[in-house]
Ligand binder design. Structure first.
Ligand SMILES: O=P(O)(O)OC[C@H]1O[C@H](O)[C@H](O)[C@@H](O)[C@@H]1O
Length: 641
């Protein structure tokens, strides 16, 4: 078993390397092959035949409807493909924007606006208050390159936290730190409690990268990937996760993550887990870890109760961009994932999406040439350009994310928060009501071809697709031909290419992001690519990508429902303590709560309570609200006063 220190071992320096010496050949000088050839064996031919079949079959239904603006000539398309193909050689990442029909005129129009976006991004990385609504800096890029931090103190914070994560994870995996009351003599499970950005990144990375035999796994436990999540305040969901642990609760490390330290769902998850620990006669503090802002309610609770460890979240890292902070790095390291490689992948992508250097290969004549290649040479800018073109800069079309790889299943769910919580804003930076957004959905291919691709191909044209392609089907030496010359990976490849062709034939646009395989480095690069694309796009549409006022509104409304519930409980308790009991109508409850305007919510509260045996419907039934009369099952005298 690899010791964790090797997983946290220092990989190539995270310090910025010099800007790219020259533009990748494939953009300005398409001499090299855009992709490493998949195979020189008949496989390539057979795969091509698979692609042709699928493409032909898919396009059989409706003849292609050529549409002005979308190039359909194969030779012209090939030229467009090669001219615009972006390749990051070191990362083995490619971006194909040729199936997005932006025109040269559009490209020229956008160039000056991108210069402004690049300027804003430079200021952000230098420590400007890029989140003006909350008066905060935005520093997630510093997490993968601490040299960028605006002060030595922040640099030290990042580096010392990373070192602590690695050494703590190493001590857990090696058994140096062990649970106090487990026969296993070491931690064997991880339970992560958190929601939103405190869960989605760790969930995506666990699904993408957790090894089949994570270091905490012991053969006796039916472990999937060494980590479980409680990411909601659903009692049944929490019970399920705890039940799955069974006696291994005694050897479970519980990581509670909340930047604010006060999110109700996370707090409830913690209280429920602590109850399970009490009932099992276990000391939660000896198995609890907190990841939160210093001096938050959670941090103070963990400190006072003497939890096993506490790791900081920084106020200049938002939840949706926190995967490369302790939020994502600690659970990843505990699963044996090489977090230094994740950071390196992010740093390399950050360099590529930060670079405004066109390299020597572009004749520095007119500024437009320079800004053109700055755009062409920046994969995040290319993505933002495509989003703007495809959705008219107002979210008029949805972004369907289709990774053709099971392990990337949760990428679209991760991007839903990153994109929609950043872009989905009511007002722009000038206070204009814009109701901005960019809707994200999708699961994985080819599975989704058997669910909703029918609508994408033939139905309402309200989307563009992002294909995520992974070239490596299986580890080397494990390929197997299920037909002469064809593997099931060829089918996956064919399905992706066939779907891309079939959609484009019917004027449905797409971008394709290709990585050679799913590794910590490529996952880190994908995360960084999309973080930067969101930041650049937000500048283009003039919004603050780094706050989430709408979520606060929802949290406030939830609080009001709970406050009303308490009043309803008090009124029903009073009626229940009378002799004889006085069942009340909804109107009577609403009047006694002094909330006649909330009668519908009062009805819903009572229906929920009755369904959970906490209120008694004495007359009528919940299906006809006006018929019911309710009281509480028992009188709580103490609550009367
Ligand atoms: O990490 P926490 O403070 O518990 O917040 C968890 C989540 O809460 C809200 O939904 C925010 O909008 C998210 O951005 C955040 O990730």
């Amino acid at each position: 078993m690899a010791s964790l220190s090797s997983l946290c071992s220092s990989s190539p320096s995270l310090k910025p390397t010099k800007p790219a010496a020259s533009l990748p050949k494939t953009i300005l000088n398409p001499t090299s092959l855009p992709f490493p050839t998949r195979s020189t064996k008949p496989l390539a031919v057979a795969a091509h035949s698979v692609v042709r079949e699928i493409a032909a079959d898919s396009s059989k239904s409706v003849p292609a409807k050529p549409k002005e603006g979308l190039e359909k000539d194969p030779q012209a398309l090939w030229r467009r493909y090669v001219d615009w193909l972006y390749q990051h050689k070191e990362l083995g990442l490619y971006l194909d924007v040729s199936r997005i029909g932006f025109t040269d005129e559009f490209f020229r129009e956008m160039e000056p606006r991108f210069q402004q976006s690049f300027d804003a991004m430079e200021d952000l990385e230098k420590g400007a208050i890029a989140n003006p609504d909350e008066g905060r800096m935005v520093g997630h890029y510093w997490l993968r390159n601490s040299e960028l931090t605006p002060t030595p103190f922040l640099k030290t914070q990042i580096e010392s936290t990373l070192d602590r994560i690695c050494s703590f994870a190493d001590e857990i995996v090696s058994g140096k730190i062990k649970p106090p009351a487990s026969e296993a003599g070491r931690f064997t499970q991880i339970m992560a409690v958190g929601i939103g950005g405190s869960a989605l990144g760790p969930q995506f990375v666990a699904e993408a990268l957790a090894p089949d035999n994570p270091p905490l796994k012991v053969m006796l436990s039916p472990l999937l990937n060494g980590i479980r999540f409680i990411d909601n305040t659903d009692p049944a969901g929490i019970d399920h996760q705890i039940a799955q642990l069974g006696s291994e609760l005694a050897s479970t490390l519980v990581i509670v993550t909340s930047k604010s330290g006060g999110t109700p769902e996370t707090r409830n998850g913690l209280l429920e887990v602590q109850k399970a620990f009490r009932e099992a006669g276990l000391d939660f503090a000896k198995q609890g870890v907190a990841i939160t802002q210093e001096n938050s309610l959670l941090d103070n609770t963990a400190r006072i109760e003497g939890w096993l460890a506490r790791f900081p979240m920084f106020d200049w890292v938002g939840g949706r961009t926190s995967e490369m902070s302790a939020v994502g790095l600690l659970p990843a390291a505990l699963q044996g994932i090489n977090i230094r490689e994740m950071l390196t992948g992010g740093a390399l992508m950050d360099e590529a999406t930060r670079s405004r250097d066109c390299g020597s290969c572009v004749e520095p004549r007119l500024s437009s040439i320079i800004s053109s290649c700055q755009l062409r040479n920046n994969p995040a800018a290319l993505l933002a350009l495509c989003w703007y073109w495809a959705s008219d800069g107002v979210g008029s079309k949805d972004m369907v994310v289709l990774p053709y790889k099971d392990s990337l299943l949760l990428f679209s769910r991760y991007l839903q928060q990153l994109v929609m919580e950043s872009i989905g804003k009511e007002f722009d930076l000038d206070g204009n009501r814009v109701n901005q957004g960019l809707t994200v959905y999708g699961n994985k291919g080819s599975t989704d071809q058997h669910a909703y691709i029918q609508q994408l191909r033939d139905g309402v044209h309200n989307f563009f697709v992002t294909f995520i392609e992974v070239l490596r089907d299986r580890p080397p030496g494990h390929d197997w031909e299920l037909e002469p010359g064809v593997t099931c990976g060829d089918y996956l490849f064919g399905m992706l290419q066939g779907t891309r062709s079939a959609l484009y034939a019917n004027d449905r646009e797409s971008v394709s992001v290709t990585v050679e395989e799913v590794t910590p480095r490529s996952v880190g690069a994908l995360i960084a690519l999309y973080e930067r694309a969101v930041g650049l796009y937000a500048s283009l549409v003039n919004i603050n990508a780094y706050h989430q006022p709408g979520v606060e509104a929802g949290k406030k409304a939830a609080g009001e429902v709970l406050a009303l519930q308490k009043r309803v409980l008090a009124v029903l308790n009073e009626a229940s303590c009378k002799d004889p009991v006085e069942p009340l109508t909804l109107e009577e409850v609403a009047d006694r709560c002094h909330a006649p305007e909330d009668i519908e919510m009062i009805y819903k509260i009572i229906a929920h309570m009755a369904a959970n045996d906490r209120a008694v419907v004495a007359e009528g039934h919940c299906g006809s609200p006006r018929s019911i009369k309710v009281y509480l099952g028992e009188c709580n005298v103490d609550a009367l006063y």
